[in-house]
Design a protein around this ligand. Structure first.
Ligand SMILES: [Zn+2]
Length: 451
């Protein structure tokens, strides 16, 4: 679809850099043509211009979600994700979900790991105009050791399953990175921490050693690829930063050494606390137990302090929603990380908006080239009802987005996404997670009395 010439007037313009917003006209077709008085000049020279009055609204770059799992389709469990998915259908479903994400104002997303190679296929289909969705940068399967991740015994001793590939030796690490490079990944992803089932109480621990991380980083870099680590403890964050990782997801619970390492190299961090925030706040409605909710509340509060120190020392923070799980459905929570940055880390709304736009370009390896309202850059523009530079939650309000443009093409945000029916063998269970006990169903307590 060709992009028409568009002139947006009277809106409060946030350009993606963190500079205070001001009222100015913005003109674009496929690319941003001008911001400020020059926009009026450019529009005057066009044969046909679509004019938008954005009085009382915020005009800003589309959101860049730097942590989104577009191929997962909101599973309730790893079992479902690993054993109940088919490659072709997963790609079609991912295309359905990508539309929802775009309609939520996310014009670019970073997907670190994918089941099969669905995300690569979707990225290419979107770039070719075959599917509708955000710009994508993505990895292939995450590289695991056999104790990696949070899937416990579901992680095999060798081979690939779900979104992961187990690499057992240094040779396998090198071979897998080369294989993924050939298939067209934008990033290599390493799952640097994991849970050992019998040591569950310690949370995620480092399951790649320093030499292996260095080998992976060097191999990726030799092939011109950046490398990103899932790091949910201090030592993993420290060692990934020291090994030259280009981005870190989570960076939970940093100690002084980890903080020094990320500050030293200014490694961009995607804290991705939305999942924890949603569960801590609304977990009672989805059956999460109170202890888990308390754990997540602590993770945000304690982990948040070190993240704030890193930010103050010049480490870029990017907004990532971890969308793609049943707790974080597509199109629902992409704005929520901004609220975490403002309310829990104490950033200003302007700073948080910059993390969700201009800074997000780092996930594409294109800082300064994406996520900004700057002449010559892609016209990824959203118009938000109200002043988003003082209230970031406006981005998430139903009906909050007046317009979404990607590459200058207006996205239809009014027509609801058609509802979907069930897919055969796709979900592990059609029932809720709560067991149907007599107490839950018949209302009988343990001694048979009615409650
Ligand atoms: Zn993730």
């Amino acid at each position: 679809m060709p992009a028409d010439a568009v002139l947006i007037e009277n809106g409060l313009v946030f350009d993606g850099t963190g500079t205070p917003a001001s009222v100015a006209p913005v003109a674009f077709d496929k690319i941003i043509r001008a911001v400020g008085p020059a926009a009026l000049d450019w529009a005057r020279d066009q044969a046909d211009v679509r004019r938008i009055d954005a009085n009382g609204m915020t005009v800003m770059p589309g959101l860049i979600d730097a942590h989104c799992h577009i191929s997962f389709d909101e599973p309730h469990s790893n079992d479902e994700l690993f054993f109940h998915r088919r490659e072709g259908l997963a790609a079609i479903v991912a295309a359905y979900n990508a539309r929802k994400v775009l309609r939520a104002g996310v014009t670019s997303l970073f997907d670190a790991d994918s089941i099969f190679s669905v995300s690569l296929d979707l990225r290419d289909a979107i770039e070719a105009g075959i599917a509708e969705g955000p710009h994508m940068a993505c990895g292939g399967n995450a590289l695991f050791t056999s104790v990696g991740g949070t899937a416990g015994m579901l992680v095999p001793d060798e081979g690939a399953i779900g979104y992961l590939k187990v690499t057992r030796t240094r040779d396998e690490i090198v071979a897998e990175i080369r294989r993924q490079a050939k298939r067209g990944v934008d990033w290599i992803k390493i799952h640097v921490t994991g849970i050992i089932p019998r040591q569950k109480a310690s949370g995620e621990i480092q399951v790649w050693n320093r030499d292996e991380l260095q080998l992976a980083a060097d191999t990726a870099h030799e092939l011109g690829l950046p490398i990103v680590g899932h790091c949910r403890n201090a030592s993993s964050t420290r060692d990934a930063a020291r090994a030259g990782f280009d981005m870190i997801l989570h960076a939970t619970f940093m100690d002084d050494a980890a903080l020094a390492a990320v500050v030293d190299r200014k490694v961009p961090i995607v804290p991705s606390l939305t999942f924890q925030a949603v569960l801590a706040e609304h977990g009672d409605r989805v059956g999460a137990n109170p202890e888990l909710r308390e754990t997540f509340r602590r993770e945000i509060a304690e982990g948040g302090r070190a993240l704030r120190q890193a930010y103050d020392a010049g480490v870029p923070l990017l907004c990532g929603s971890e969308s793609g799980f049943s707790i974080t459905p597509y199109g629902e929570w992409h704005w929520r990380e901004l609220q975490v940055l403002v309310e829990d880390l104490g950033l200003t709304p302007l700073q948080a908006l910059a993390c969700a736009t201009g800074e997000g370009a780092r996930a594409f390896g294109r800082p300064g080239q994406l996520g900004l309202l700057k002449p010559g850059l892609p016209a990824d523009v959203i118009v938000v009802r109200g002043d988003a530079t003082t209230d970031v939650t406006l981005l998430g309000r139903p009906g909050g987005l007046a317009h979404v443009f990607k590459d200058g093409v207006r996205i239809d945000t009014e027509t609801p996404t058609p509802p979907r029916g069930p897919l055969p063998s796709w979900r592990v269970s059609a029932f809720s997670a709560a067991p149907a006990t007599r107490a839950a169903t018949l209302g009988w307590d343990s001694d048979g009395e009615d409650r």
